[in-house]
Design a protein around this ligand. Structure first.
Ligand SMILES: Cc1ncc(COP(=O)(O)O)c(C=O)c1O
Length: 377
């Protein structure tokens, strides 16, 4: 069977597993605000979906995204999730002969997009406790050359949950500017951070902000996000995008409603996921050889190191899978460091995290006896 078929069956099985506890994809499973559900129901009953939405997104949504980011002078292209924005930027800016620079670990798909467009990809290792698991200014400086066309920073980082401060972001953008490179700032998890600084504040001409509704609003399956940048660059991205017929209208209505209720609704969501982080830290501390790499995570997940407990991440995922709990093996993010850890997502009902924590000692014991694990993705 082809690899994509195997992968698809894997996710189809997960998606169709009743009661599966999704602790593996950083998706948000808290109940939505009623206004968000109502907006979608209203969209269905009005039958507005017979028409295509405007190609760059509903104007109301575009204006609200800029307001949420505080980037009044920039322009917005609404996309089918952040991933379409990443795809479009990589294919528009990357080409043979140019470099795409990012971190390891980070998010793997834009690396594949950049390679598919012909770029050489450079991954800077950041899985280093001595640097607080962060990209340093010196590392970026050493990696960037006059061939660098695109720097891709996931901030907060997936999977580590580290977030960069204003000084670091300013220094990174200074390096990008000196090389004439674009700085793609993936802010998919920014809403979970205590403080977050947009690269666009320092480098409005070539910073590209990637925005997602999947995680903070909890609508991953609706596929809605955006790319925000200087209007000239958005003009280029809007010229031949993967989807030029407008994004799903239900999703856009949900996103508009979500931005309206965000200040009322989201602080409690973040409080609850931080509570979940704290419970996981307590449970992990009780198992010899296990530890949490970065706490508190500035995103909605934790890296749980299992290497010193004598279990592989794959075996631990497999043990939990039999309990209807999905967690993610580190190799999804990084072939180099992935054998060290699993990732556990925290925007889930407290009962799910409590189930993860209660089973942890037994799952580690069980995983020690698991030698062969089927394909995981
Ligand atoms: C860093 C990062 N960017 C983008 C995405 C995709 O976001 P979306 O669901 O909006 O396409 C993810 C999903 O996990 C991610 O981790």
């Amino acid at each position: 069977m082809k690899q994509f078929e195997i992968r698809n069956r894997h996710f189809d099985r997960l998606f169709n597993t009743p009661g599966l506890m999704w602790l593996g994809q950083n998706t948000n499973h808290f109940h939505p605000h009623p206004a968000v559900v109502k907006a979608m129901l209203d969209s269905i009953s009005s039958e507005e979906y017979h028409a295509y939405a405007p190609p760059a997104g509903l104007e109301d949504l575009r204006a609200q995204i800029l307001e949420d980011l505080g980037l009044a002078d920039q322009s917005v292209l609404v996309t089918d999730g952040a991933v379409e924005a990443l795809y479009n930027v990589c294919h528009t800016l990357c080409a043979p002969g140019v470099d795409f620079v990012t971190t390891d670990p980070g998010w793997k798909w834009p690396i594949d997009f950049a390679r598919a467009a012909g770029a050489r990809t450079v991954e800077i290792p950041i899985y280093k406790p001595e640097n607080g698991y962060k990209l340093t200014v010196a590392q970026l400086e050493a990696a960037v050359t006059d061939k660098t066309r695109l720097i891709y920073l996931v901030d907060p980082n997936n999977p580590l949950g580290v977030c960069y401060n204003a000084g670091e972001i300013e220094a990174f953008t200074r390096i990008a500017r000196s090389a004439g490179a674009y700085f793609m700032h993936d802010c998919t998890y920014a809403h979970f951070a205590d403080e977050h600084t947009l690269a666009a504040r320092f480098y409005p001409e070539r910073a590209i902000t990637i925005y997602s509704f999947s995680k903070w609003l909890g609508v991953a399956g609706l596929r809605i996000g955006a790319v925000v940048a200087d209007p000239d660059l958005i003009e280029r991205l809007a010229a031949a995008p993967p989807n030029n017929l407008g994004c799903n209208v239900l999703s856009q209505r949900a996103a508009i409603a979500g931005l309206r209720i965000k200040d009322d609704w989201f602080p409690d969501i973040n409080r609850r996921q931080r509570r979940n982080q704290a419970e996981i830290v307590k449970a992990v501390a009780k198992v010899r050889g296990m530890s949490v790499a970065v706490y508190p995570s500035q995103a909605n997940f934790l890296v749980v190191e299992c290497i010193d407990a004598g279990v592989t991440p794959e075996a631990l995922c497999d043990a939990y899978r039999a309990e209807n709990i999905m967690i993610r093996q580190g190799t999804y993010h990084t072939p180099t460091f992935g054998h060290r850890f699993v990732k556990v997502s925290t925007t889930v009902p407290e009962e799910w995290v409590d189930a993860f924590c209660a089973r942890l000692p037994d799952m580690v014991a069980k995983a020690r006896g698991i030698a062969e694990v089927g394909a995981l993705f």
